[in-house]
Design a protein around this ligand. Structure first.
Ligand code: KG4
Ligand code: ZN
Length: 346
């Protein structure tokens, strides 16, 4: 059995997978201590992980009907994320591995998200284009093979989830804002305001969400009464429509350009019902197979880390005790090999 551990941001998570990669448990403790601050406070995140990880690990093992004796390996998120938060998971994984003499592996958090559709649907095979949209990331990943991922587009400024969060704060509805905006939007008119869609230069698969956030701010500064219900419903619906349109269209353009028949969306923003509906409609019309992981595999979770880690552990890859948390760990472009260092002295 493989133990997965995830502590990169504000979810403390542990999962147990059996030898054929079936998820036996997937425990997620979401931190609520950040709500008063309008965003995640790194120091608080680290302390909360220290507090929550031991009971979360216990529960993951208990729900799987397992003990530490049953484990054959450990996969832990090594980055990207908040360095102090990552360190809690990494040091815990190393400690357990040392105590039990187990192989362990540092996993890229984004690889976990990008491969989560394959965890959801075992019949799925690459190539696929996966949109990873969360509070910290928005990127398009071309999954050529399970061990060959390439980032083909990314946000140049805010992440999509970050835009939802910031607009929620602008509307006076607090943090985190994704589900709040979706709820407000369900009673609003998506055509009430024509917020900008940022397509960037022709052919670009990158995203930009800072412009739309500014457009919402300027509108609300000019007309503060729009923050009140029911007018706020229209602002939320129009904002959500603009973000959804760009996310869906760019993902399908990437799949078209790369000849990938499978499309997926993962990350916390994939919980958005309107985004899922728009993807379903567009994929039906344009004949892509769409796989959206269940909600518990979309947000930060350890099942995806255990699963992505197991693929690599099965290939004989392991980390050593020098494994460090890397807040900027890149999703490498060629078969996930580390980018070559430039030669010195030239
Ligand atoms: O993947 P995730 O759980 O954590 C990371 O950021 O890594 O994603 C959280 C993000 C937050 O920005 C949150 O506002 C957004 O996902 N989110 C949503 C929805 N639920 C969560 N965004 C739009 N609609 C939702 N229903
Ligand atoms: Zn994430």
């Amino acid at each position: 059995m493989i133990l997965g551990i995830e502590t990169s941001c504000d979810e403390t998570a542990a999962a147990v997978l059996d030898a054929d990669a079936t998820v036996l448990s997937n425990v997620i403790a979401s931190q609520t201590a950040h709500e008063d601050f309008g965003g995640i406070v790194p120091e608080i995140a680290s302390r909360e992980h220290v507090k929550h990880l031991p009971p979360v690990l216990d529960r993951a093992l208990a729900e799987a009907g397992a003990t530490l004796d049953d484990l054959t390996g450990i996969a832990v998120t090594a980055g990207p994320g908040l360095v102090g938060a990552l360190l809690v998971g990494v040091t815990t994984a190393k400690g357990l591995a040392l105590a039990r003499n187990l192989p362990f592996l540092g996993v890229n958090h984004l690889e976990g998200h990008a491969l989560s559709p394959f965890l959801e649907d075992a019949s799925l095979s690459p190539p696929a284009v996966v949109l990873v949209a969360s509070g910290g990331h928005t990127l398009l990943v071309h999954v050529r093979a399970l061990e060959d991922l390439e980032v083909v587009g990314r946000t140049r400024d805010d992440a999509a989830g970050e835009a939802f969060d910031k607009v929620s704060v602008l509307l006076g509805r607090g943090y985190p804002g994704g589900a709040v905006i979706e709820e407000l939007a369900s009673d609003g008119d998506p055509a009430a305001f024509d917020f900008p869609r940022s397509w960037l230069e022709p052919g670009s698969l990158d995203f930009s969400f800072s412009g739309i956030k500014t457009a919402v701010r300027v509108l609300l500064d000019r007309e503060p009464s729009l923050k009140e219900s029911p007018r706020a419903f229209d602002v939320a619906a129009s904002f959500q429509a603009a973000v959804v349109e760009v996310l869906v269209e760019k993902t399908l353009r990437a799949a078209d350009a790369l000849g990938a028949p499978v499309v997926s969306v993962a990350g916390g923003v994939a919980a958005n019902g309107e985004l899922r509906r728009a993807f379903e409609e567009a994929c039906r019309e344009r004949r892509f197979r769409l796989v959206v992981p269940r909600t518990e595999y979309c947000g930060d979770n350890a099942a995806m880390i255990g699963w992505a880690g197991k693929l690599r552990l099965d290939r004989g890859e392991t980390s050593d005790y020098g494994l460090d948390a890397d807040p900027n760990l890149p999703l490498a472009t060629v078969a996930n090999k580390a980018p070559r260092r430039k030669k010195r002295g030239r």
